[in-house]
Ligand binder design. Structure first.
Ligand code: GLC
Length: 530
């Protein structure tokens, strides 16, 4: 597949490092733990590993509050550990993607410590400081993503600083060129060490309105929503100048071979597309979260796939995401039967798939007793269902006390409710979700049509979602039943084919002709004859 790059034909696997594997018995996962589990990832058949932040951090937001961009937090290991992990990932033929968090630092970062000392500090302008409003309140009405004002008053100098997330996460001022240069150096530090790319945290937030104007009131706000939604984020993110900042980051990656820039962006399709950049000089992959945000409805998903495909800029490479550390587990949202259909969808759509650790064994939301809540968002806006801990619990390797994750009590509770929901059990069972993922990944590697082929829409109705993937004489029909009753999909006259893979493990190898019966909760990959 020399005509496409690794991040185009490959599959990305996201690891939340606190929860993958603990190697030193402190109940928290670490880099050495990930290294020990690499044979599993090789067996599963993924191509790249993205690791959520492991930099030195006070852990106010579990690593998304970085105190040093060029080191490893002792909880996770050392620079030697990341070098060893990187070497082994590459030896196994995989790639390593780091999480880069440029929008904000920790309030303990030396840059912020220096910035807050005085109004004349050389680093004052590295962050966003403003005088109080005439009434002494915050400079504008912006709301933090985790609730409350996005401004924190700092007694020492009598000004407020802006934080889009926690007050322990002050936003950097990306309008200041010195900030850009310092961050480019951090990127080069890791690129020089051989990492293959970055997933850039909240990239659409980097530039804010130059005048910091108030955001307008959201007339559609409802009280069960997060506080952030009281306003429309017109001025606080997604500003036109952000594309220049991203193009500069991209240019840093272009100093090296075949590195990938992935942007975390929660925006509707039409606004998302701008993040490919002018002449595709922006992010290689602006994360596409459509499947996470959409109702599990065949007509709806069919439309969004068509809309997304049609909106892509010429040459822009698509991608799809089913889960991440900020969202409820997919198997919980859909239930076990449709979790299998979702796996088939993710791994047959055109574009780079990103798989969240544990989704391949159907991990579900793990109940967190109030005294064990860790997530700062839940602590700030409790009881509204925003807790991210339930989707961040330890990877379930086996059915032992600490599920093979650690020999000590893990930092979050482990799930013991289903004896089969672990790697060891599912690996032995050819009908398990894990085996389905493994077979899908294998097929995706074998079949160019699946990894890099064209997407062709297919008309269907009711609960059926269908499309074709085509490449050099390979013609695959994907037909999924997102509902609980059987349907028959009519094919063009004279069409014949053979079932290559079935979610339910039925009728594989069967010949079809003219139409195909799709049982409830079934997903089929059918090879069509010419
Ligand atoms: C991103 C991360 C999330 C974090 C936030 C602030 O959305 O995915 O986990 O809390 O940014 O860094």
């Amino acid at each position: 597949m020399s005509e496409t790059l690794w991040w185009q034909h490959g599959t990305i696997y996201q690891i939340y490092p606190r929860s993958f594997q603990d190697s030193n018995g402190d109940g928290i996962g670490d880099l050495e733990g990930i290294r020990q589990r690499l044979p599993y990832l090789t067996w599963l058949g993924v191509d790249a590993v993205w690791i959520s932040p492991f930099y030195p951090s006070p852990m106010a937001d579990f690593g998304y509050d970085v105190a040093d961009y060029c080191d490893v937090d002792p909880i996770f290991g050392t620079l030697e550990d990341i070098d060893r992990l990187s070497a082994d990932i590459h030896k196994a033929g995989m790639k390593l993607i780091l999480d880069f968090v440029p929008n904000h630092t920790s309030d303990r970062h030396p840059w912020f410590q220096e910035s807050r000392i005085s109004r004349d500090s050389p680093k004052r302008d590295w962050y966003i400081w403003r005088d109080p409003a005439p009434d002494g309140g915050p400079p504008n009405n912006w709301i933090s993503n985790f609730g409350g004002s996005a401004w924190q008053f700092d007694e020492a100098t009598g000004q407020y600083y802006y934080h889009a997330f926690l007050k322990e996460q002050p936003d950097l001022n990306w309008r200041n060129p010195e900030v850009r240069w310092a961050m480019h150096d951090a990127l080069r530090f890791w690129l020089d060490r051989g990492v293959d790319g970055f997933r850039v945290d909240v990239i659409w937030h980097l530039i804010k309105d130059a005048e910091l104007r108030d955001n307008p009131i959201n007339p559609a706000y409802e009280p069960h929503q997060r506080e952030l939604n009281r306003l429309l984020e017109v001025h606080s993110c997604d500003q036109p100048e952000v594309h220049e900042v991203i193009a500069e980051m991209r240019a840093v990656l272009e100093e090296y071979d075949e590195r990938v820039l992935i942007g975390e962006i929660y925006l509707p399709i039409e606004r998302l597309m701008a993040y490919y950049g002018n002449d595709l000089k922006g992010a290689h992959l602006p994360f596409n979260f459509q499947l996470l945000q959409s109702a599990w409805d065949a007509r709806h998903i069919d439309n969004l796939i068509r809309e997304y495909e049609a909106a892509l800029p010429e040459g822009g490479w698509p991608n799809w995401v089913l889960g991440n550390h900020d969202q409820a587990r997919i198997a919980d949202r859909l239930g076990p039967a449709q979790a299998r259909v979702a796996a088939l969808l993710l791994l047959t759509l055109r574009g780079t798939p990103t798989l969240y650790y544990g989704d391949e064994i159907g991990m579900v939301q793990v109940p967190i007793p109030p005294e064990r809540v860790q997530d700062p968002w839940e602590k700030n806006e409790p009881g509204l269902g925003f807790n991210r801990d339930p989707a961040r619990t330890p990877m379930q390797w086996d059915d032992s006390d600490h599920v093979g994750f650690s020999n000590a009590e893990p930092w979050l509770p482990v799930d013991h409710r289903a004896p089969e929901r672990n790697v060891a059990t599912q690996k032995q069972d050819h009908s398990s979700l894990l085996s389905l993922y493994q077979r899908l990944l294998e097929l995706r590697r074998e079949r160019k049509a699946l990894s890099i082929g064209r997407y062709v829409s297919v008309t269907a109705d009711g609960d059926i979602l269908a499309f074709r993937r085509e490449s050099d004489g390979e013609n695959l029909l994907i037909a999924l039943n997102l509902g609980g009753t059987a349907h028959r999909l009519m094919l063009d006259e004279g069409t014949t084919g053979r079932v290559l893979l079935s979610c339910l493990g039925r009728n594989e190898g069967a010949e079809i002709s003219g139409s195909v019966e799709i049982p409830a909760n079934e997903g089929l990959i059918i090879e069509l004859a010419d």
